[in-house]
Design a protein around this ligand. Sequence first.
Ligand SMILES: [Zn+2]
Length: 467
Amino acid sequence: MKGASLGFYGGVDEVTGANFLLRTGGANLVIDCGLSHGKFFDNYRPFYDTETSEESFSPEALFGYRPTSIDAVFITHAHIDHIGRLPRLVREGFSGPVYSTPATKELSRLMLIDALGIMTEEARRRGLEPLYAREDIARTMSLWQTKDYHRTWPIGDGVSARFLDAGHILGSAMVEFSRAARKIVFTGDLGNSPAPLLPETEKISGAHYLVMESVYGDRNHEDRAERRRRLAEAIADTAARKGTLLIPSFALQRTQILILEIHRIFTAGEAPSMPVYLDSPLAAAVTEIFYKYRHLFNARVRAEMAGGEKIFDYPHFVEVKTPEESYRLSRKKGPKIIMASSGMSVGGRVLAHERVLLERKKTIFLFVGYQARGTLGRLIQDGRKKLRIDGRRVRVKAEIRTLRGYSAHKDRDNLFRFVADAADTLEEVFVVMGEPESSASLAKKIRDGLSLSVRTCRRGEIVEIDF
Ligand SMILES: [Zn+2]
């Protein structure tokens, strides 16, 4: 149909801040409304560079489109770089439905409340107001409707929508829009299948347009057996030196995967058992949601949980509840594993452990996820020896290691395979949600390997489509 277009308002030339607008001619549909992690101020700036002062720019200037003109929002998954600006969109007048899978809705509520805490601290340090308040989150949740995977529902203007399992994190979905015989798919983030907890990413078919992520568009991951071997090695070394294995861990899914993987390592005798402390109230709350949605896990995990088995809980596992317990923990003697968030050391209980444990030679400090530039985690990972953490000087004597294999994203070869499987009907592929080099590299691989028309888009670009 004439007049349909795709707008790229975030998540272009960068991994985070996903925000796309499908204009069907009669309806305006937003897909994801994420926060940009790398450049904090970008979340506050007018979308188009204007002379407008920060106090007076309009809601349209903030997003690049008028929030009141949007008919519905579709959320692919609960990571903050896909949901983090949604309460602001609501605050600026969006009042239509927000759609996601049920698990994504529950996880999003937790993640938004947690993000507000971190954002409030950060904004205060920089003399800004947080992007939204607690009541904006409540209002957002009141607009939120859930749809299970594979259920097709009409959304107006002859368009229907459907969620498919992306296999990235619990509840994660690709969104497929259809009208007459035409189809467009937004991937959100695509899972690193086969994954420890989730089923494989579903295959898509019959799509004419694909808007896809490219976080690892230029790299392949470490081998799966290798990542487990190196985790077991870190545990064994910790046992030998009677120290602490400190893992700053992302609360949503990375933590649960590690809890499970460590248990499997103990059970298989690949490393000596020792107490495993989880010091993250957010991660503990996420784990409860994981139990509730156990039917979404892959066959192996479902079988393990069949008898009501609490797979994220075992004899060596301890959940740290109070701040006092947390304080005593880093001073406790004997070999142990501590997992604490936040995953990039930008806040949370991990900071107090770092202050004590980074100064000890017996500590192994293990990174299991991406550390963004500008974060404390990145400084530690890059080998900085003198740090200031919460106002206290810290001299790093701990051993720093990084495990790269636990990514929740498809790597280059698997992203390519995903597109190849859908290539017969595709007319155009839009490669977004990656650093520029990564997106460009994947775009070239798809263009060369599959002879498809591929674009990497600019921020604010609007492309007409036949939909
Ligand atoms: Zn994600």
